[in-house]
Design a protein around this ligand. Sequence first.
Ligand code: TYD
Ligand code: MG
Length: 457
Amino acid sequence: MPGKSHSAYRCTECGASQPKWAGRCDACGEWNTLVEEVVARTAKGRGGAGARGHGGPAPVRLGDIAADAAPRWKTGLAEFDYVLGGGIVPGSVVLVGGEPGIGKSTLLLQVAARLEAAGVPTLYASGEESPEQVRLRAERLEEDTDGVPVLAETVLERIIEQAGVIGARVVVVDSIQTAYTDALEGAPGNVGQVRECAARLMRFAKEAGPAVLLVGHVTKGGGIAGPKTLEHIVDTVLYFEGENTLDHRILRATKNRFGGVDEIGVFAMTAAGLVPVANPSEAFLAARHAGISGSAVTALMEGTRPLLVEIQALASKAGFGTPQRVSAGLDHRRLSVLLAVLERRARLPLAELDVFVNVVGGMKLTEPSSDLAVAAALISSVRDRALPPEALFLGEIGLGGEIRAVSAADRRLAEAARLGFRRAFVGSRTSLRGGAAPGLELVRLEHLEELAHRLAA
Ligand code: TYD
Ligand code: MG
């Protein structure tokens, strides 16, 4: 071992390093941001011959590198492979984050079972559950899990050692919060431990070549293990989300060194584990009752795939005081803007109404392309008049009430046509490269007022 390890303390806010722990960072003045970390080598050792000695890799011309240098292991769980960009890349570290109980352990056990069955040696290291508990979960699954080696271990060095002993090519660590390295004094789960364990697994993956799948619990703030530093270390970050009351779960790539970000995969949680949903739009619209006022459908782009979702609005007479504005899946401020624009530009009387907006299925509206659908749902609710069935709404609304075109309109419209939609209300400048989708009548709108008129006719 070159040099001897010792500890230092790094600020998770500004990155400054200091030799002693303090409640407050000297450099930026933030409180409670210093975490312990291992300094592996002395400055001299780092500058001179490192662990690799003088014979480190030589530069290679880009043209001389084989393009398909990274083969991937496909699990056969279609949506999982898709979100990763076509399967697991050897030597990569993937973090799977999500709230407790969402199904992370189930997903990764299924992944391990599929890989093992396909001849890729795996190791499922669980620091959260005993082998018996893992076995109980396995019994519910339809997968053939018998061949998966399970290790109940929290000491990271031993997990890595065992992975080497059995020659595992894919190592699952469930979870990073229970993993522990002797190099640091802090308890498992503290930021320093989590970061150091992730960094060690990263080194293990890069040097020995197996892929590592890490489970990370999401904290109340929504981040994995507090600061975002863990996300910077790993190659790929997947979030597993969904509402506990609903059966479907969404796997979303928020970082991916080997594929696209914002791609999603949809699964259904069944009594026999997670089943990929082949037709997500259909699943999201399954519970919809056409003919009810306040319901409108729009098409979101999730990565490169279009997804149809239902937006529900309810406007009802407010009691005393300031009317309520409550939204789920739509940014609060965006709703306020849309309400103000509807009131001023389309003369929709909203000032004395409580307004509730909900995106069905736990999806979030992150792009303004869904503005028109929110407006249509609100108009429909205020008038208590259902929107035309089989109509799609696609457009961004400006402060003047003008309706703007959205990106990737052709892909969104094609998805709507595929699901039997007949009419699409869109911004007048919407450009369609591949021509209109078959069977879909386009209603081009300049202004919100036109929408209000059209829907009254
Ligand atoms: P789990 O994978 O333990 O979640 P996490 O690791 O993210 O904490 O799954 C938790 C839930 O999934 C649990 O409430 C039971 C449910 N479940 C099913 O509905 N079907 C199944 O086949 C399995 C294994 C779990
Ligand atoms: Mg778990």
